[in-house]
Design a protein. Structure first.
Length: 489
């Protein structure tokens, strides 16, 4: 491979990935530390500067890896337009949670999501352990709510539910990455950790959803019902955000403290219904985004307390009707793409987050919901992608074309990697979550674009072989598929 081709390959693959992962790690570190008492006790003032650095790294990534397809160009254009709207309406574009969702959804479209998952598990677990142990060691505060009905330790975080929600995200990522391989080791680690935080913080929703996700993972290992027989369930999960959002909006408008059932439900939800009703009736809903300040001074029983926990109500009131409709459509379309590619674990876990959003808005942050990035991969995935959670091809050097179309042998390391990948795919196809009647890739209808692309690749390879035979140049036998940021099996 020539020096120019090698440099181009490095820029389009390795450098592109490194810029993203460095930026993502910086964001993850800042966003988690900002939710802890390290910020309060040690005056951590570099958070905004580090977030700006993260944005600059992502800009560099997009400059060297410009969008190729019409879908990508449209996505980048819409994302940039949204950021401009946020900047001139809400104004806090750097620290706004939805800003980072839009940015990372776009920038993660060509990144291997499984690598993102593994990185998130490591970084989040380390920071969670450091914050919790620091609180008990006296390095930072371990605030304690001494309410008789619900005493709660904050375990080093600035609110009691922050730590358990972070652990729920870690648990959901472990379930996703392990899938049917989830075993006793994961249960022995995650189980006691979740129980301990539940006892200390009395945060019920993250704990219950963690149990739900893990039970689903274990039951799926012993199911005998084929996945295609559960289509009603998958369809419900696809549209679950719309259903949950409608329920929140209906309950918020129809709440009546004088009705016993509403009063009891409000008490069960720790006063959330009353706050949503007050917010909807006093501040209303606008068409466009607006500044939407919320206060937690004095606690939930203080008249000045107006914090909204429901993500659906918050997004509707702060970002307006137009953006809320667009946002909901994008989320449902991403879930539909997950269903189409039979990513049932991912679909179920994402729906668990949609359920979480009914009474908690924490999952609006990527540090609490890494699956926003999976949504980005789903939105930009094409019918030509053999695997769902892999990146689209950005650059294929001529020397790799023969290997890609199977016309040239590969090095032993690449052969081993290919065999391992094929074995993994065979095991995945044999799991109970996959339909019994599954058409092979060869039997599926091939689109005209796919046929044209294959014909062009074959023609280039033929010309390359002819040129090498004429010039008596040995064929290039190397391939870099095992180290690319995407995998083709």
């Amino acid at each position: 491979m020539s020096m120019k081709a090698e440099l181009k390959r490095f820029v389009n693959t390795d450098l592109n990935s490194w810029l993203f992962f460095i930026s993502y790690t910086v964001y993850l570190f800042v966003s988690i530390i900002n939710t802890s008492f390290f910020v309060v006790d040690y005056q951590f003032a570099m958070g905004t500067k580090l977030l700006i650095l993260s944005i600059l790294l992502l800009i560099c990534k997009e400059i060297i890896n410009t969008p190729r397809s019409t879908k990508e160009k449209l996505g980048v254009l819409l994302g940039f337009a949204f950021l401009l709207v946020i900047n001139f309406t809400i104004g806090d574009v750097v620290t706004d949670s939805v800003t980072w969702i839009v940015v990372f959804i776009i920038c993660a479209r060509d990144i291997d999501f499984e690598k993102v998952v593994k990185l998130t598990i490591v970084v989040s677990s380390i920071l969670l352990a450091v914050i919790v142990f620091s609180s008990f060691a006296g390095i930072i505060q371990n605030h304690f709510d001494s309410y008789v009905a619900r005493p709660r330790h904050w375990v080093g975080f600035r609110y009691a539910s922050f730590g358990p929600t972070l652990l729920f995200n870690i648990s959901a990522l472990v379930v996703y990455i392990r899938k049917e391989k989830l075993g006793k080791l994961e249960l022995l680690i995650l189980g006691p950790a979740n129980v301990a935080l539940f006892i200390l913080t009395n945060s019920r929703l993250p704990f219950y959803l963690t149990i739900l996700v893990m039970v689903f993972a274990y039951l799926s290992q012993y199911r005998t019902i084929p996945a295609d027989k559960l289509k009603p369930l998958w369809m419900f999960l696809v549209i679950s955000p719309l259903i949950f959002g409608a329920v929140c909006l209906w309950a918020g408008y129809h709440y009546d403290p004088n009705v016993t059932k509403w009063a009891n439900l409000n008490a069960t939800l720790s006063g959330r219904l009353r706050l949503e009703y007050t917010s909807l009736t006093t501040r209303g809903v606008k068409w466009w985004p607006r500044a939407f300040p919320m206060s937690t001074d004095g606690g939930v029983f203080n008249p000045g307390y107006n914090f909204i926990d429901s993500l659906y109500i918050l997004v509707l009131q702060e970002y307006g009707i137009i953006f809320s409709i667009l946002f909901m459509a994008i989320v449902i379309y991403g879930l539909w793409k997950m269903y189409q590619r039979e990513e049932y674990y991912l679909l179920f876990v994402s729906s668990a987050y949609a359920l979480f959003a009914i009474i908690d808005q924490l999952i609006l942050g990527i540090n609490y919901n890494t699956f926003w990035l999976a949504l980005g991969v789903a939105l930009f995935a094409t019918e030509h992608d053999k695997d769902f959670l892999t990146a689209n091809t950005r650059h294929i050097p001529i020397s790799e074309i023969e290997s890609i179309i199977g016309s040239a042998p590969a090095r032993p390391r690449s052969m081993v990697s290919a065999r391992r990948s094929a074995s993994q795919r065979a095991r995945m196809q044999s799991t109970p979550l996959k339909p019994y009647k599954r058409t092979t890739v060869a039997s599926r209808p091939v689109s005209r674009n796919a046929s044209d692309t294959s014909s062009q690749a074959a023609e280039i390879a033929r010309q390359l072989r002819q040129s090498r035979s004429t010039q008596n140049i040995p064929s290039e036998k190397t391939t870099n598929r095992s180290t690319r940021r995407y995998r083709r099996h």
